[in-house]
Design a protein around this ligand. Sequence first.
Ligand code: PRE
Length: 102
Amino acid sequence: MTDAVTDPTLRAAELLKEHRESIDRLDAILVYTLAERFKHTQGVGRLKAEHSLPPSDPAREARQIERLEKLAQEAKLDPEFAKKFLNFIISEVIRHHESFKK
Ligand SMILES: O=C(O)C(=O)C[C@]1(C(=O)O)C=C[C@@H](O)C=C1
């Protein structure tokens, strides 16, 4: 019998496929979650532009980073990576906020 139960190569191929299906599902969640986040930051950007508020808020960012580092530790995700990822997103948001002002 050469099926995935007895053949380690077939079993590995099956496991790889399952992992990739999970990765694809999670990537879709990431994209939709990010899009949702950007909808809210667009609202923030509009408010900031209308009320002449500065695009960035470093104190808020510091609190977000601190919170995210804690969450990352709990989730067993590299906190440094989580921090870099949030900073990357926030810098894009600030770029959007700046373009709202024009
Ligand atoms: O909360 C705000 O004031 C935002 O503009 C949103 C946001 C973010 O993307 O989380 C972006 C820029 C600020 O510096 C802080 C946070």
